[in-house]
Design a protein around this ligand. Structure first.
Ligand SMILES: Nc1ncnc2c1ncn2[C@@H]1O[C@H](COP(=O)(O)OP(=O)(O)OP(=O)(O)O)[C@@H](O)[C@H]1O
Length: 270
């Protein structure tokens, strides 16, 4: 089951896990939001964390990405040069550097991940500047390329995100995250709150970019259709704990735990 299944290398894996998670837990006062979570994430692998509202998904994601300090456990990130970094033990400056260079975080609400007071182009370009890019023409050129890649018309490059639709904002947030070529991206309900047709288009886009860039992704969603479309493996959470884990198709086609069965059945009925 869970930890074992989620520690096995996928077929063809040649590398070490990019993220190793052991015994993560987080309490708020006496309330245990998540507990005893362990898994490995491999390069290029997409892991979906699913479960009903309040099951601890976002808390876990925030602990994995360094945004929140866990009450227990270790999150170890393996850098491109093969160095293992305990992300909650390293200095804040190092964690921030990794968050700029190696990781992305796509928030459910694009306002949390964008700078709403600067143009679309600047939202993308300033991430490159943070990594040392200085040539204005190159930065603008790369920003325009990324607007193309996320299907935002080039002529909107100087517009503020405030003038964008929800779907466009989310696509811009994705461009801002991916322009620096991260290896690992955390996504928290990236299609939540969008119309169904906008969601479908965004999912297609995410799927193409993730596969094309070979990204490792941890995506939180309460939507099993999103998990089905995007993920290789799935981790089902209930009341802060993992109740089932495994390959996405296996878990969704033949759920073993009563709670997973309920989740899958509710989708089929819906
Ligand atoms: N900052 C906080 N202070 C106190 N309790 C919190 C805090 N953040 C989360 N919780 C509690 O932890 C539990 C898990 O919340 P979390 O947001 O991780 O769940 P979730 O599965 O992501 O839910 P949703 O899908 O609704 O976002 C909930 O009971 C929530 O009320």
């Amino acid at each position: 089951m869970s930890a074992a299944t989620l520690s096995e290398a996928p077929a063809g894996a040649v590398d070490a896990p990019v993220l190793s998670v052991r015994g993560i837990g987080r309490s708020f006062g006496s309330h245990l939001a998540c507990a005893e979570i362990s898994f490995d994430l491999w390069p290029g692998e997409v892991l979906a964390i699913v479960g009903e509202s309040g099951s601890g998904k976002t808390t876990l994601l925030r602990c994995l990405s360094g945004l929140l300090t866990p009450s227990a456990g270790v999150v170890s990130y393996r850098t491109a040069t093969g160095r293992d970094v305990d992300i909650h033990a390293v200095a804040e400056a190092e964690r921030r550097r990794l968050a700029r260079t190696d990781w992305g975080f796509v928030h459910q609400d694009p306002r949390d991940g964008l700078r709403m007071g600067v143009s679309a182009g600047a939202n993308v370009g300033e991430r490159l500047m943070a990594l040392g890019a200085r040539h204005y023409g190159d930065i603008r050129g790369t920003a325009l390329d990324w607007l193309d890649r996320v299907e935002i018309p080039r002529e909107r490059v100087d517009d503020l995100p405030q003038t964008f639709s929800g779907g466009m904002r989310q696509r811009l947030q994705i461009a801002r995250n991916l322009v620096t070529g991260p290896r690992l991206v955390f996504m928290d309900e990236p299609t939540g709150g969008l119309d169904v047709s906008v969601q479908a288009r965004l999912l297609d886009l995410i799927r193409g970019l993730v596969a094309g860039m070979g990204l490792a992704v941890v995506i939180v969603t309460h939507d099993l259709a999103v998990a089905r479309l995007l993920s290789h493996r799935i981790l089902v959470m209930r009341r802060g704990r993992v109740v089932e884990a495994g390959l996405t198709d296996q878990v969704l086609d033949d759920p073993q735990h009563a709670y997973s069965q309920l989740l899958v059945a509710s989708i089929l009925q819906g």
